[in-house]
Design a protein around this ligand. Structure first.
Ligand code: MN
Length: 248
């Protein structure tokens, strides 16, 4: 199982979640919402090959935490993964648009200067703006658009720009989310939970709920669960190769 976007540190008992994930051999990208959360979050998973911790600065709190960009720049050398980053175009955040853009562009520049990173990117109601920023930083690394909810046009543009995508049970619960997922190239798809923010059936989602996403993708692809699972693991290996090429 692969959960390429999970906020392990935000569960009430992160150690218990990590222990369960380790016993189930789940591959996880553990994203953070602030640079100051990186140290404690990475300390949750010592010597854990399957769980990697990303350094991030979430767009929804960019206006409160932008002073942590200096710490972000210090931490970038410690990890190959960056997230959660991006832009959020929700109306309640419109007043913070400029600071979000400044933070996101700064992070993309830092990633570029560091040789590129695998980046888990939030783009709610800001698909075109996120793609514009990525276009202006073409060597910032490999973008993985998490829970993409833009238009089909934006999706086509993202695909043409070599973006990857992570989709989860919550996205796949909507007709629109399933329609977008069917258009994503199979070799650039990963699964995610976005726990504990995302919910399914009115309860908090966990990394092992990824099984539901794999089952839903199997329906969309008209394939078996085993075939989908094999494809997703092949994709994760391919992404690791790209990561090693960035690091080389
Ligand atoms: Mn998230």
């Amino acid at each position: 199982m692969i959960d390429f976007h999970c906020h392990l540190d935000l569960y009430p008992d992160p150690a218990a979640i990590v222990a369960e994930c380790r016993s189930r051999n789940i591959y996880i990208l553990s994203v953070t919402t602030t640079p100051s959360a990186w140290e404690g979050t990475s300390a949750l998973v010592p010597n854990c090959e399957r769980i990697r911790t990303a350094v991030g600065l979430h767009p929804q709190i960019a206006h409160e935490r932008h002073e942590e960009l200096g710490l972000f720049d210090e931490l970038i050398g410690l990890t190959d993964y960056v997230g959660e980053i991006g832009l959020d175009g929700g109306p309640e955040l419109r007043q913070h648009r400029d600071i979000q853009l400044r933070v996101f562009n700064h992070i993309l520049e830092t990633c570029f200067r560091s040789g590129g990173r695998i980046m888990s990117i939030h783009s709610r109601r800001a698909g075109s703006e996120v793609l514009d920023c990525l276009k202006s930083h073409p060597d910032s690394g490999i973008p993985v658009l998490h829970w993409f909810s833009g238009s089909e046009r934006e999706l086509e543009r993202a695909i043409a720009m070599n973006c990857w995508f992570s989709v989860g049970p919550a996205m796949l619960a909507s007709e629109r989310g399933r329609a977008l997922t069917t258009r994503i190239p199979r070799e650039r798809l990963l699964t995610e939970s976005d726990g504990p923010f995302a919910q399914i059936l009115g309860r908090t989602i966990y990394p092992w709920d990824i099984n539901d996403a794999v089952a839903e993708i199997a329906v969309l692809w008209n394939a078996s669960v085993e075939e989908v699972s094999a494809r997703l693991h092949d994709n994760l290996r391919a992404l690791a190769v790209l990561r090693n090429q960035l690091a080389a």
